[in-house]
Write a protein that binds this ligand. Structure first.
Ligand SMILES: Cc1ncc(COP(=O)(O)O)c(C=O)c1O
Ligand SMILES: Nc1c(O)cccc1C(=O)C[C@H](N)C(=O)O
Length: 425
């Protein structure tokens, strides 16, 4: 699609939907209703919608379980011992990784801890961790507890990069400067890919490069980035990453996370790790021998056997991503989010009521826009909710809206403009 001059009219929104190469994909999802009407669901940043095919994918394994019992582990089109394997190439494409660098497993916070066991290796004076201020609480607790576990005081050992006074987003130059300034103290830089509160997409390439120059490990929490923005983890030299599958990956509440371990580490059996039988060399896993020998690549970090039913739901969604094509998704995302930004700005006009804090440049964001609501302004958002808009509120004062390219439309964004307009009068 050509980048158009946006117009705040229904005709324009209709035309954009008509030209949208992804227009057929909306019907592949269940669309939630509010008060009997299709909701304006702008909350894929928190929980992605359910692909209609999920039950078919899960039912295959439920049937197999019913008919074959334990033999399902080794029989059938995809024996359960291999259940994670079909997702690998899809996840690798989304992450810009090699297939052996990724594996679906566990949940996000658990994976963060496991990866820090391997990659947070304080050494003498180099023991500090740098992160963004206001990181998602689970990440803060992980870093805090890991530091304490190693005998450090988080107050002293956990450094944060903050926005400049009066600003909301981080400047890349400030992140790089801080890494360089503390190069002799830092063991790890641990950041989000896309920040959950502001929607800012960090310059992961520049951060990895700067940290790499000083021998500092880099880890990423990609909860809000995977399936939302293009990623090139391998080429950027990111050491490790983890994500969740229930936001833009539409795999369902609490479903399986995954890890990326860069090839430069994946084949090093000496890297310390908390091991389990599923990470053991699969050819001889069932010989039940003493002495852990890891599989090559990210699979060597597996602990437990694969969550088959959850992986079925994940695969249903990954197949939709493949059919849609990542380039189409990124192109539409930029247009649709740009349209939402335009619609909000046009509707607000010169009124000093709401402020979009997410960066305006497409390269600095995905499809989430975070809108700062002034004190007492929560009523505005309540009016949206009463009128069928699904968004989420994050304390202290931000509402997040995410028009997701796979299932949201330009006409929905236009419909939101009417609700926004009414909420401001
Ligand atoms: C950025 C980020 N990190 C971590 C988490 C925690 O994920 P989980 O509960 O799956 O461990 C979430 C979401 O809940 C998140 O958005
Ligand atoms: N998993 C959630 C839940 O059970 C209740 C409320 C929120 C969540 C979330 O996943 C939140 C999400 N990570 C966020 O960015 O806010």
């Amino acid at each position: 699609m050509r980048h158009p001059n946006f117009e705040l009219t229904l005709e324009f929104a209709r035309e954009m939907d008509e030209k949208d190469p992804l227009k057929g994909f909306r019907n592949q999802f269940f669309l939630p209703k509010k008060k009997g009407k299709e909701a304006l669901y702008f909350c894929g940043n928190s929980l992605g919608l359910q692909p209609r095919t999920v039950t078919t994918y899960i039912n295959k394994d439920l049937k197999k379980w019913a008919n074959q019992g334990v033999e399902g582990h080794f029989e059938g089109e995809v024996p359960w011992v291999d259940a994670r394997k079909p997702s690998k190439s899809h996840l690798a494409a989304l992450l810009g990784a090699k297939t052996e660098e990724v594996v679906a497993m566990n949940s996000l916070t658990v994976n963060l801890h496991l990866l820090l066991v391997s990659f947070y290796r304080p050494n003498g004076k180099k023991y500090k961790i740098l992160t963004e201020s206001g990181a998602f609480p689970s990440d803060q607790y992980v870093l805090e507890s890991q530091l304490k576990y190693h005998g450090y005081d988080p107050e002293e050992a956990l450094l944060e990069v903050s926005p400049r006074p009066g600003e909301h987003i981080l400047r890349t130059e400030d992140i790089l400067q801080k890494i360089c300034h503390y190069k002799d103290d830092l063991a790890l830089v641990m950041m989000s890919g896309v920040q959950y509160y502001t929607g800012q997409c960090f310059d992961m390439k520049a951060i990895s490069r700067e940290a790499g120059l000083h021998g500092i490990k880099v880890g990423l929490d990609l909860a809000h980035a995977i399936g939302n923005v293009p990623l090139s983890l391998h080429d950027w030299g990111v050491d490790f990453a983890t994500w969740c599958s229930y936001k833009y990956l539409n795999a369902g509440p609490g479903n399986v996370s995954g890890v990326f371990v860069h090839q430069k580490h994946g084949n090093d059996p000496e890297i310390p790790r908390f091991a389990g039988w599923w990470g053991y060399l699969e050819e001889s896993r069932f010989e039940m021998k003493k002495g852990f020998l890891p599989m090559q690549g990210a699979d060597g970090w597996l602990l437990s056997n694969d969550p088959v039913l959850g992986l079925g739901a994940l695969q249903a969604s990954l197949d939709i991503f493949s059919a849609a094509g990542l380039e189409n998704i990124w192109t539409k995302s930029e247009l649709l989010t740009g349209y939402l930004e335009f619609v909000i700005r046009e509707t607000i006009g010169s009124r000093d009521v709401l402020q979009i804090i997410t960066p305006s440049k497409p390269k600095d964001r995905g499809c989430q826009l975070s809108v700062l609501i002034p004190e007492g302004g929560k009523e505005i958002v309540e009016k949206w909710t009463e009128n069928g808009v699904v968004v989420d509120w994050r304390k202290p004062n931000v509402v997040r809206l995410a028009p997701v390219p796979l299932y949201n439309t330009f006409q929905e964004v236009f419909a939101f403009s009417k609700i926004l307009q009414a909420s401001l009068t």
